[in-house]
Design a protein. Structure first.
Length: 238
């Protein structure tokens, strides 16, 4: 479904991604693990079209999307839930959700909003509140639902548990599980909680210094202690 080959990207003269390649099959949850500064968020932003790569290719369903704008990529069925949620704090909950469906022109938009409100009742309760008044966990649910409003087939989740209490993290991960099992979506999950990510994911990639340092099934990666330790210490494995 998603294929990334020799991807490079950065900020001005600073290169962050150094030839990253990965594949994601339809219906999978694939975890991307690594320390702060490893390049995970840059990778997600580049796949989503927020950043333009300096080299390499990105294909979605066999069609090249590298260099396309975010709106075009959303229209092809890929949605990003960014690190830090980045909800529109002054807009109401319901207006945030409507913003998530801005690329759609079909008549099911209102029905989908109602369905999400039913599925996430806390958002229904807060529908007319400014989104900035929600708790961190409620904002994360809102960010995920905003992405779902675009009717994606592939969702990129960037650090969904960041800054949340453990009980809320459990709910967020249960939501991710539902995206695959109930909604049939494909998910790329960037996460620092190694154990929870590997418990949920089918496969995983470890990013170290802007490069893939290890990849395999979740059980294989869980057993690769040296690679994980190196990734989270920010050093290349020996």
């Amino acid at each position: 479904m998603l294929r990334v080959v020799d991807l490079e990207a950065g900020y001005g003269p600073v290169r962050v991604l150094h030839g990253i390649s990965l594949d994601v099959d339809e219906g999978e949850v694939v975890a991307v693990l690594g320390a702060n500064g490893a390049g995970k968020s840059t990778l997600m932003a580049t796949i989503a079209g927020v950043k333009v790569p300096t080299a390499g290719t990105i294909e979605l369903d066999g069609v090249a999307i590298h260099g396309a704008g975010p709106e075009a990529i959303v229209g092809r069925g890929l949605a990003l839930v960014p690190e830090g949620r980045r909800i529109f704090a002054r807009l109401t909950v319901v207006d945030n959700l409507r913003m998530g469906g801005y690329t759609r022109r079909d008549r099911r938009l209102t029905q989908q909003l109602d369905d999400l409100m039913e599925r996430f009742p806390i958002l229904a309760e807060r529908r007319d509140q400014p989104a900035g008044t929600l708790s961190g966990g409620e904002q994360q649910q809102l960010a995920i639902c905003r992405a779902l409003m675009s009717s994606p087939r592939l969702v990129l989740l960037d650090e969904p548990s960041l800054g949340l209490a453990p009980v809320i993290v459990d709910r967020v991960f249960e939501t991710v599980r539902e995206l695959r099992d109930r909604d049939g979506l494909t998910v790329v999950l960037v996460e620092q909680s190694i154990a929870m990510a590997l418990e949920l994911a089918d496969r995983a990639y470890v990013v170290t210094g802007g490069r893939i340092s290890a990849s395999g099934s979740s059980s294989e990666i869980a057993g690769a202690a040296r690679e994980l330790e190196a990734a989270y210490l920010g050093a290349a494995p020996q």
